[in-house]
Design a protein around this ligand. Sequence first.
Ligand code: NAP
Length: 292
Amino acid sequence: MRQIDGHTRLCGLIGNPVEHTISPVIHNTLAEREGRNMVYVPFHVEKGQLRKAIEGAFALNALGLNVTVPYKSEAIGCLAGVDEIAEKIGAVNTLVRTEKGYKGYNTDATGLYRAMRSEGISVEGEEILILGAGGAARAAAFLCVSKGAGRVYMMNRTEEKARKVAKEVNDAFGRESVVPMRLEDYGALPAGRRYLAIQATSVGLYPDADAAVMEDRAFYERIHTGFDLIYRPSCTRFMKLVRDAGGKAYHGLKMLLYQGVEAYELWNGTSVSEEDVIIVYDKMKEAMGIEE
Ligand code: NAP
């Protein structure tokens, strides 16, 4: 246990619920590795208390906050500034202290990018399928277009939602990059190529681990790489179906890792070494009982 004293800086997570988070493993391990006098604590914030929580943290001189479900969009209204890409996405997950209040960032998107890069997956020029049109899918779509992906097909159960997100992304970048589709219409995807697929629905999340958003083998034969944002379980049914059809598949724990690493870097004005990233990742896997 590190010494807490009068100089200890506070960072934390606000959300509801926060009880199962493993973010403290990321930040407290990094602080310990770097000998930084900082602690990271989760705070369960009740509905209607978000503004008070953010203003209270600022008044208490807290260095920074992470924001999780259900407050990632609502938090924007309580900030002194918002980073450009986070503003486009319409959601923040990291608040960085400035003189006048907190500035919001979205390290979910950049964390996803760093996670994919660390697995050797490139987005630039790729034809991409994004499954889902919720908050995570939206961040993924902004990321892919901002990094110069080719066409991005946003495939969702509710087509209307995919259409709305696609329009917002296309309007933000001034080009028609995102094409909304219903999942079951995958047969209409341009033939003769295989795709990178980002699984951003909540289907398959523990304890519903036997489910996948799509079962058809013909769909999975169109995928060369599947990146599931879900990390609990560490091998989802989606990942298994991708592998069975000959593709490579990854879970989302590295996205969680890198969104945390990037938040830590923003708070502390530092760049975390690759050696420390690996140590943190091992600790996260240990905390989750993942052996690979
Ligand atoms: P969300 O906003 O609630 O969106 C959920 C999405 O899943 C929607 O597109 C929804 O489709 C779809 N969906 C839900 N149930 C479905 C079903 N039975 N059949 C077909 N589609 C279904 O959730 P989110 O915040 O985007 O999160 C999505 C996933 O990403 C979660 O599992 C979350 O744990 C994961 N995530 C991981 C990280 C990480 O760091 N690795 C970060 C963020 C999120 P409709 O529009 O039709 O309802």
